[in-house]
Write a protein that binds this ligand. Structure first.
Ligand SMILES: Nc1nc2c(ncn2[C@@H]2O[C@H](COP(=O)(O)OP(=O)(O)OP(=O)(O)O)[C@@H](O)[C@H]2O)c(=O)[nH]1
Ligand SMILES: [Mg+2]
Length: 368
């Protein structure tokens, strides 16, 4: 493989596709066929050591492992996470959202280059439950993260595909853990600001950056108001060329709107800036605000409190997911479910009694 060739490219990527996104390594056929103990693939202890040593290929394999939904991989994934979690937590985690086309990927490319130039190790992840891997926002950008994708200090990983938001969120959190263990001190998470995913991403980062554009249309105002409340730093992008005046007007409008949203005295007043991801103008100022926010949060103990609250939410989500899975995979539940559904449909059993009967069948816990 030529040194400039990507490790992997989407099938429709074409000749010009330039990225360093590393493809997952498939499990050995014995495991895919359902044979062999989970611990035999991969050699988790070795994989963990390689990730801690900063080995990119091992990191990509580890992420593939935690993204796998095959039950046979789950034990190995949990083992890997337990080994790596003590080495995680060291990165500054920044979420970036904005309407489709706001310039998130262009912004991350330019900001990421700036951060790498300043000596940071930058991992870029995406949360995009709406599209499969090949159509996901990061991989859709054949050129927009081209520079960063080639930078040796950067690592770009697309969103896992084909799962609901909860599943994507769990895997993204776990991927953050792996990236941090591999030595990345900056994690940027891109998500499209059109649904719930921005709320989910806000719940896994230290600072949430919202990209706006001037005149995105009145129909977006409702969304904007909701999203304004999530923002720690607000940026009006595409402040270049003819658009500069409109961007500045939008900045003032957002500043005014935010002024009314600010809570108690002394609370962080969300700054509103303009920038051009295309020319990189204003990006140092944006990052300076991120650092200012984080420094203030640290000095007030809010940084640790936010991470602690996020961990507790994560714990709760994992417990709920485990319970749901225990229910859905329980042979006893499966054996009776059809009959109970039939009885409730026929009106011979109440929903309350039916649910009670089914829930009694679920066995949970490590002995399961
Ligand atoms: N003029 C100008 N164009 C920009 C700027 N940033 C991004 N663009 C353009 O806006 C378009 C969308 O940019 P992306 O970076 O793909 O936007 P995105 O928010 O990642 O889009 P999705 O991932 O599809 O939600 C592209 O054509 C970019 O070249 C900017 O600062 N100025
Ligand atoms: Mg994008």
């Amino acid at each position: 493989m030529a040194s400039t060739a990507p490790d992997w490219a989407p099938p429709e990527g074409g000749e010009g596709f330039a990225t360093k996104v590393v493809a997952g390594v498939p499990a050995p056929s014995s495991v895919q066929a359902g044979g062999g103990p989970a611990a035999s693939f991969p050699d988790v202890a070795m994989l963990g050591k390689q990730i801690l040593a900063g080995d990119r290929t091992a990191l990509a394999r580890g992420i593939t492992l935690v993204e796998s939904r095959a039950p046979v991989h789950r034990a190995a994934a949990d083992d890997l996470l337990q080994r790596l979690t003590p080495h995680a937590g060291g990165a500054l985690r920044v979420g970036i959202t904005g309407v489709p086309g706001a310039g998130k990927s262009t912004f991350i490319d330019a900001l990421g280059m700036q951060l790498c130039a300043a000596g940071r190790q930058v991992a870029v992840l995406s949360v995009d439950p709406s599209s499969p891997v090949t159509g996901g926002s990061i991989l859709g950008d054949k050129t927009r993260m081209e520079r960063l994708a080639r930078h040796p200090a950067a690592f770009i990983r697309p969103s896992p595909s084909g799962c609901e938001l909860g599943g994507v969120a769990r895997r993204t959190r776990e991927t953050i853990t792996l990236c941090e263990a591999a030595g990345f001190n900056t994690v940027l998470v891109e998500t499209v600001g059109v649904g719930q995913s921005e709320v989910v991403v806000r719940g896994m980062v230290d600072c949430f950056l919202v990209l706006m554009i001037a005149g995105a249309g009145d129909e977006l105002q409702g969304m904007k108001k909701g999203i304004l409340e999530l923002a720690d730093v607000l940026v009006v992008n595409k402040a270049d060329g003819d658009n500069q005046v409109r961007a500045e007007a939008a900045r003032l409008e957002f500043s005014r709107a935010l002024h009314y949203l600010t809570g108690s005295e002394g609370a962080w007043q969300t700054p509103v800036l303009t920038c051009s991801a295309q020319t990189a103008a204003g990006l140092p100022e944006v990052w300076a605000e991120v650092e200012k926010f984080v420094a203030l949060a640290r000095s007030r103990g809010e940084f640790d409190a936010r991470r602690c609250a996020q961990d507790l939410t994560w714990l709760q989500a994992l417990v709920e997911e485990g319970l749901r899975e225990a229910f859905l995979t329980s042979p006893a539940v499966r054996a009776e479910q059809a009959e109970i559904i039939a009885q409730v449909s026929a009106g011979t059993l109440s929903p309350v009694a039916g649910a009670h009967q089914l829930l009694k069948k679920v066995k949970t816990g490590p002995s399961n």
